[in-house]
Design a protein around this ligand. Structure first.
Ligand code: BG6
Length: 479
């Protein structure tokens, strides 16, 4: 047992999920096809393939998730047993607008989330909602080209408005785009599709396409902030940044400078979201690289007026870069600039484990963005073993979470960081977003299902469930 610090009164302890990773029910209640519905299963060595449609004979693990669509009452009851004060989930866009471009929303989809939220509220659990968590309607990709098309901004803001109007008295905290900055790594098509619905071909300037789509998402997000405030000034709309500090490999000045370049490149999205304007360096970078992004005066006004109310972020790991002679301009490209950190361990999936990096990152964000923060994801993907009696002794997950929560508490109590809450990833086992695996487990609650979707889907409490229950009961003191 580790001794932690008590968190301020009203601190929102909870857990997180995303619709496509837990719900299943991919054709229930009038739901349309999302990009997650056409992603095949992969593994840590095999990338997920995105199909243009659901193809016969292929395995699409998001079609079943962990069947939250039919198990949500039981799941929320278990969250209440853990003591959750809040539960982060996403609304599947395709339950509300099945193709994304309909004139009117789908009532069955809206009613589903009414019931999910009411169930939470009956237990005193606040729903925390992400609007777009890697779940774009497929039609917006195949027929509209994703967020490189301004019409998709309108579809998104309409979706956001429908949700704010319907749920504003049930949901106070919202986020617009999950891990918007994950598409920074433009060499990998997967995050581009997940984030902004981009499918690139050889004629595309990859970096330009990414900046353009991200720009329109930033505009859509800023518009959503304004719509929410007009509907209900009590609503808090945040961004959602994938945060992992990037360290220099050594104290060589060029390594240090390289890390600074990497940080500004990877986190400019947060600058725009929180400060309402593009950083000067980025517009110079575009000019130098002959990158053309259509940023209108009207867009700039929207960005300025739509700064987020808080910074939601995920934290899993940190990374390290080193200066290389063949990159004298110190441009950041995750796939070539990043090297292994010799000072931290790694998970079975190669993710570097660095709890201190969480405290470092919180201080960095507080000083840069001056906003309240919300840790909406933090967790450990690992193989779990079910014992003969059904128990799961996931002490490795408890160690990971305990070490991170302690650093979070130091950031709040010792450093004065302003933190709204903490929702570890994940409240319950989910289908991994990057690999499509079930066996890369994150949950505090075990779900009896394998990578092929076979199993009883019965829920059981892992050791981490009981550990987290004590954390919440002691308001963070018993870790
Ligand atoms: C974040 C996502 O990238 O990390 C989640 O917001 C995801 O959707 C989580 O599940 C862990 O990543 P992965 O790829 O291991 O599932």
């Amino acid at each position: 047992m580790t001794k932690g610090y008590q968190m301020p009164d009203g601190f929102l302890w909870g857990g997180a999920t995303a619709a496509h990773q837990v719900e299943g029910g991919w054709q229930e209640g009038g739901k349309g096809l999302s990009i997650a519905d056409v992603m095949r299963a992969g593994s840590k060595d095999v990338k997920r393939v995105e199909d243009p449609a659901v193809l016969p004979g292929q395995v699409y693990p998001n079609h079943w998730g962990v069947e939250f669509y039919t198990h949500y009452k039981e799941d929320i009851k278990l969250f209440a047993e853990m003591g959750f004060k809040c539960f982060r989930l996403s609304i599947a866009w395709t339950r509300i607008f099945p193709n994304g471009d309909e004139a009117t929303p789908n009532e069955a989809g809206l009613a589903f989330y009414d019931d999910v939220f009411d169930t939470c509220l009956a237990y005193g659990i606040q729903p925390i909602v992400t609007l777009s968590h890697f779940e774009l309607p497929l039609k917006l990709v195949t027929e509209y080209g994703g967020f490189r098309n301004r019409q998709v901004v309108d579809f998104f803001t309409k979706f956001a408005e429908v949700c704010f109007r319907r749920y504003h008295d049930k949901v106070r905290y919202w986020m617009t785009f999950n891990e918007i900055n994950n598409q920074t790594n433009w060499h990998d098509s997967h995050p581009l599709l997940q984030n902004s619905g981009l499918v690139l071909d050889d004629s595309d300037n990859w970096e330009e396409a990414m900046f353009q789509a991200a720009h329109l998402e930033l505009v859509a997000s800023a518009q959503a902030v304004q719509i929410a405030h007009a509907i209900d000034p009590n609503l808090m709309v945040g961004d959602m940044i994938a945060m992992g500090p990037i360290y220099p490999l050594t104290a060589k000045p060029k390594d240090v400078m390289m890390a600074e370049r990497a940080m500004r490149y990877r986190y400019y999205y947060g600058d725009v979201h929180a400060l309402g304007a593009y950083p000067v360096w980025l517009e110079r970078y575009w000019a130098k690289k002959d990158i053309h992004v259509d940023v209108t005066d009207a867009d700039r006004a929207i960005l300025k007026a739509g700064a987020v109310d808080y910074v939601g972020f995920s934290y899993y790991n940190s990374s390290v870069v080193e200066f290389k002679d063949d990159n004298p301009d110190m441009d950041y490209d995750e796939s070539v600039s990043t090297v292994r950190n010799p000072y931290v361990p790694r998970s079975d999936w190669g993710w570097q484990i660095d709890p201190v990096g969480l405290r470092y990152a919180m201080n960095w964000m507080q000083a840069r963005w001056h906003k309240p923060m919300f840790i909406v994801e933090n967790g450990f993907g690992a193989y779990d073993k079910v014992e003969a009696d059904g128990s799961v002794h996931d002490d490795y997950r408890i160690d990971y979470l305990s070490d991170h929560v302690l650093q979070m508490e130091k950031a709040v109590v010792e450093d004065g960081c302003d933190l709204i809450g903490y929702t570890p990833w994940s409240a319950i086992d989910i289908v991994s977003a990057s690999t499509g695996e079930m066996k890369k487990r994150y949950g505090l609650i075990f779900v009896d299902a394998n990578d092929e979707g076979e199993g009883s889907f019965a829920r059981s409490r892992k050791d981490s469930f009981y550990w987290y229950q004590k954390v919440i009961q002691s308001n963070g003191e018993i870790l």
